[in-house]
Design a protein around this ligand. Structure first.
Ligand SMILES: Nc1nc2c(ncn2[C@@H]2O[C@H](COP(=O)(O)OP(=O)(O)OP(=O)(O)O)[C@@H](O)[C@H]2O)c(=O)[nH]1
Ligand SMILES: [Mg+2]
Length: 235
């Protein structure tokens, strides 16, 4: 049976930005207007299939209150990815992102962080310009931005999938399995091919890797009169 990917995902961001609403929409497809502050941290499990991979998400939804920040620092250890939320209608909720990122990366260096702008349903009240995101990306290690509405559901599951795809690309075990698969594919066609056919197939495989994997690679080939062999190396 294929090994399951278990990923710890955590939420971060100021109070009231909509962290719990996002998780509730994702888990139950429901929304409530009532504000209920998260005290400490809530924990959820959810199976999610993506790109043919079975994943189990351990979702840790943190309270954004100042007094809970100390919790995040220790709980982030072992996390695979983070959702860092701010409120599109309250630009001041971006002011503290450096502090959130510092806490996250201290406990989990290289953690992929997806920035999420919430409450995109609030039309005229939105005070966020896309140029702001480019400045944020220049200053901080954040790989992408998604704008969501937990009220309407717009982009909610898409945002989770953006993070999951990033995690899968980074996940070393996953890469290793894919590398073995690819080596097997290469070996099997090399053993049954003429050299001309081999060149065409290699192009296809390299393109496939470029599109699907976040890795640098090189193809090492050698030949004798009868057999060509190749292998992929992660640099
Ligand atoms: N209009 C609108 N309101 C939202 C949306 N998401 C959340 N809210 C509202 O914003 C308020 C705060 O949402 P929460 O999800 O509790 O915020 P939180 O970030 O979990 O807050 P803490 O647990 O205190 O850190 C609630 O009243 C929600 O109904 C949204 O997409 N659109
Ligand atoms: Mg909450």
């Amino acid at each position: 049976m294929a090994k399951k990917n278990v990923f710890k995902i955590i939420t971060a961001g100021d109070g009231d930005v909509g962290k719990s609403a996002l998780i509730q929409r994702y888990l139950e497809n429901t929304f409530t207007d009532k504000s209920q502050q998260t005290i400490g941290v809530d924990f959820w499990l959810k199976d999610h299939q993506i790109d043919g991979e079975d994943c189990t998400l351990q979702i840790w939804d943190f309270g954004g209150g100042e007094r809970f920040k100390f919790l995040l620092g220790s709980y982030v250890v072992g996390a695979a990815g983070a959702l860092l939320l701010f409120d599109l209608t309250r630009p001041e909720t971006l002011n503290g992102i450096n502090e959130w990122i510092e806490i996250l990366h201290k406990g989990a260096p290289n953690l992929p962080i997806l920035l999420i702008g919430t409450k995109s349903d609030l039309g005229d009240k939105i005070k966020f310009q896309d140029e702001t995101f480019h400045k944020i990306q220049e200053a901080y290690d954040i790989f992408d931005l998604c704008k969501v509405s937990s009220k309407t559901g717009e982009n909610v599951s898409e945002a989770i999938e953006v993070l999951l795809k990033k995690i899968l690309k980074k996940d070393y075990q996953h890469l290793l399995r894919k590398k073995q698969e690819l080596n097997y594919v290469i070996d099997s066609f090399i053993n049954s091919s003429t050299s001309g056919y081999f060149v065409i197939q290699v192009e296809e495989i390299l393109n496939f890797i470029k599109i699907n994997y976040d890795i640098e690679f090189s193809l090492i080939c050698s030949s004798n009169s009868l057999v060509l062999r190749g292998s992929l190396a992660i640099r």
